[in-house]
Design a protein around this ligand. Structure first.
Ligand code: THU
Length: 159
């Protein structure tokens, strides 16, 4: 059988190695963890989305006693951005999380549903989204959602 190599390369760096704009986006994601409503998991996630015009929109996970009714931080930020600025491509997203001990040491990574939603945004606006996944030990830097969701399903897959 023929093998297909789907390997990816991502960056890992300290916050001060990021550009000023990316550092600010990470800070906004860290601050956004404070807006989380997560009484059930006690895991507070914050996301900050940067639009092409430089606007930043934040989101935080919102839980519900009926568990599936809640939503991840990434999707609250992305959907708010699209609802308010439908003409603006999303160019970057930063994500941070804290538990009861404080900010997480390892970078927080988006769940599969959030990756799928981010894929739709890249496809919709034909613009890659830079993903900054913050941990106190370092930040993963990913240049496109395609890197973390290979073999993705998009609208064209149905044509
Ligand atoms: N969560 C996010 O907000 N983003 C992620 O990338 C992973 C998980 C939230 C959902 C839920 O409120 C809590 O974290 C525990 O899963």
């Amino acid at each position: 059988m023929k093998k297909i190599d789907l390997s990816i390369t991502i960056g890992f760096c300290q916050t001060d190695e990021l550009s000023e704009a990316d550092q600010q986006l990470v800070e906004r994601a860290k601050e956004a963890t404070r807006n989380s409503y997560s009484p059930y998991s006690k895991f507070a996630v914050g996301a900050a989305v940067r639009l092409a015009d430089g606007t930043t929109i934040i989101g935080a996970n919102q839980e519900n006693a009926a568990f599936p009714s809640g939503l991840c931080a990434e999707r609250t930020a992305i959907f708010a951005a699209q609802a308010q600025h439908p003409d603006q491509p999303i160019t970057a997203i930063a994500i941070a999380a804290r538990n009861q001990n404080g900010l997480m040491p390892d970078p927080i990574v988006p769940c599969g549903s959030c990756r799928q939603v981010m894929t739709e945004i890249e496809d919709r606006y034909k613009h890659p989204i830079r993903i900054l996944l913050y941990g106190t030990a370092g930040t993963y830097v990913i240049n496109s959602v395609k890197d973390i969701l290979p073999l993705c399903f998009i609208g064209d897959s149905m044509k």
